[in-house]
Design a protein around this ligand. Structure first.
Ligand code: GP9
Ligand code: MN
Length: 626
């Protein structure tokens, strides 16, 4: 084709028209949220980058007619991929994954309504295919030139350079985009639909290979470990104390224990949670650690529901959502519990729409269940107060007993809050993150207090136990300078850093009367056995790595996901041991007892990883064994 005398090869023209089409689909047919101009820019360039990558390959094909055929069929194939995703998206607000394609379940649901999901104007999606088809036929007739070697190499080099540039920009805008395996919407937004599918395929084949080579031969070793190191003889006094009661579990976003019973600018940060610390119906755990990694909230959910460790890379909710699990919701379901999650975010975020049913949850009240508007939302979405308020109408209709998990959202980085919602002032330091953290923590504290009142007014309070757990840290070590200023410490040592990984845990049992502050070294890995114990449910043949938090015989360490660990006497981090109470660095001779746990912790983490990588629970029949 000649444009003002410049002869553009067909693969470039195809790139341009296919790229424009793809951009229009991204922008107007998928609802991808764009938060700033960098994101708009990335979304604009990625369709062209992907199209060029595909079409420029044609220069390597020798025969001109084959070259043209390649362009035609690639345009058609690419359009079919877009079209299939679009139809899928209209039903599930999500993009197709390989496991989904193979699983067939979702696609089956789609089957009946597929016609209603296709719009008449979808035909326009194929306009560029027709144009490319026509031009390629025309060129073929005129016989196409073959490209010189330098031209071929240039086209390939350019397409790769463009892709690297695109990935680089994406990684800058969303650090750890690939390793955190965030959300499909993010991936499509930043690297485009086609590269997303390639990424999904790579991830899938990796998971599949590990899956294929596992044969369950590791299981006896794992079982022996669980039997000797983890499993406890006898039960705690609280076994069955909440038998038959509803479990209301609040996953409190980004709260760390250092805010409890603390002040900022002379003002109390969490008055309601502080009142619970004193409350006679509440146990407060002051040495409770989060054990999450890159999957953050989803990792904390994974730990809680399975008593398995999350993975060292990526979010296990995303990478191993198809595995067999033997999770708390499933076990509670078998005992007659209705199990559900309330969280005002997209259901595809962290792949929850796939993972929750697999863990045995009966229902997920996601953002669609809520009325979200400009006035009642900030930052990540619906504010916590309207979130709890609006959840009540659903909660009241649930069949009892139920296990209901509520995941809050307002106290999320970057900790934005409307002026009218601020009850305390910001802190003053060089870190806006830390400064803003305090008012949003207070807002969450107030929202939980309001939720307690709503529960009391509804009459559900007496029949329930309420657990409040911090999901992970909110203030990363990037803010250590400001943190040391706030904590009035000279510096944040590796010991302090580990201690800052403590998140609050409250177990509130209405009418119990024996609540106290507990110093037990404990972590999220302990939640599943603890909840089962409180409800009086036996789980002798389960495989898990935590202990009932109320049992005094429990194993005496808590492993963090990076291999650090904490005992009553020591903290191991950075290849060194610190005295638990004083924070003093121990000399090698004094550290022997502490160091001796090193191998056990590694072994424990490896066993847990092996279960996930090899999907080993598919070889265990938990039901027969019970
Ligand atoms: C998203 C919410 C926050 O739905 O759970 O996730 P996080 O960024 O904290 O992992
Ligand atoms: Mn979180």
């Amino acid at each position: 084709m000649n444009i003002k005398g410049i002869k553009l090869p067909l693969y470039v023209i195809a790139t341009l028209i296919f790229g424009i089409k793809t951009y229009i689909v991204y922008r107007f047919l998928f609802s991808l949220e764009l938060e700033n101009t960098v994101q708009e820019f990335i979304l604009f360039i990625n369709p062209f980058v992907s199209a060029f990558l595909i079409f420029a390959l044609s220069v390597w094909i020798k025969k001109p007619e084959r070259q043209m055929k390649y362009l035609r069929y690639m345009a058609l194939f690419g359009t079919l991929v877009i079209f299939a995703n679009l139809v899928f998206y209209r039903s599930f607000s999500d993009f197709i994954t390989i496991p989904q394609l193979m699983q067939g379940g979702n696609a089956g649901d789609l089957g009946s309504s597929i016609l209603s999901l296709i719009k008449f104007y979808d035909i326009l999606l194929f306009a560029d295919v027709i144009a490319i088809w026509y031009l390629s036929k025309k060129q073929q007739e005129n016989s196409v030139t073959s490209y010189p070697r330098s031209g071929k190499v240039f086209a390939l080099a350019l397409s790769l350079a463009l892709m690297v540039g695109n990935f680089f920009l994406a990684e800058m805008e969303r650090p750890q985009l690939f390793t955190r395996a965030f959300d499909r919407e993010y991936l499509v937004k930043y690297i485009g639909l086609f590269n997303y599918h390639v990424y999904d395929a790579v991830l899938h084949s990796k998971v599949k290979t590990q899956h294929v080579f596992a044969d369950g031969s590791e299981l006896p070793g794992i079982k022996e470990y669980v039997d000797t190191v983890i499993e406890l003889d006898g039960k705690s006094d609280l076994f069955g104390v909440a038998e038959g009661k509803n479990v209301i579990f609040i996953s409190a976003e980004s709260i760390q224990s250092f805010v409890i019973n603390n002040t900022v600018n002379g003002q109390e940060i969490t008055p309601f949670l502080n009142s619970l610390v004193e409350d006679e119906d509440t146990y407060y755990f002051e040495n409770f650690y989060h054990q999450t990694e890159q999957g953050k909230t989803s990792d904390s959910e994974f730990l809680t529901e399975n008593s398995l460790y999350p993975l060292p890379r990526g979010a296990v909710f995303y990478t191993h959502a198809q595995n067999d699990y033997h999770a708390l919701p499933e076990m509670l379901g078998e005992k007659g519990y209705y199990t559900t999650v309330f969280h005002a975010n997209n259901d595809s975020f962290y792949n929850r729409d796939q993972m929750y049913p697999n863990l045995g949850f009966d229902y997920f009240y996601d953002v669609e269940a809520y009325e979200v508007n400009e006035n009642n939302s900030i930052g990540w979405g619906l504010k916590d107060k309207p979130f709890f308020e609006q959840s009540m109408k659903y909660l009241q209709t649930l069949e009892e007993p139920f296990y209901a998990k509520f995941i809050t959202l307002t106290n999320h980085f970057p900790f934005e809050l409307d002026e009218q919602d601020k009850s305390i002032d910001r802190y003053d330091s060089n870190s806006n993150t830390l400064n803003n953290f305090f008012p949003t923590v207070r807002y969450m504290d107030e929202s939980i207090e309001e939720f307690f009142t709503l529960l009391k007014n509804s009459g559900m309070y007496e029949d329930s136990i309420i657990i409040i757990m911090g999901d992970h840290y909110g203030i990363s070590s990037n803010h250590n300078k400001a943190m040391s200023q706030y904590l009035e410490k000279e510096e944040i040592t590796p010991y302090d850093h580990v201690q800052l990984q403590r998140v609050p845990l409250f177990i509130h049992i209405p009418g119990h009367g024996k609540g106290e502050v507990k110093s037990t070294i404990s972590g999220q890995i302990d939640m599943k056995p603890t909840i089962l114990n409180l409800l009086g449910i036996e789980y002798d043949n389960d495989i898990y790595f935590g202990n009932d938090i109320f049992n005094s015989n429990r194993k005496d360490y808590i492993a963090l996901r990076n291999g650090d660990y904490i005992t009553e006497d020591y903290i191991y981090t950075n290849d060194s041991c610190y005295d638990f109470s004083s924070g003093e660095l121990l000399e090698e001779v004094d550290a022997e007892a502490c160091m001796s746990l090193n191998e056990t912790v590694k072994e424990e983490l490896t066993h847990s990883d092996d279960i996930i990588y090899g999907d080993l629970f598919r070889f265990v029949n938990f039901k027969d064994e019970e």
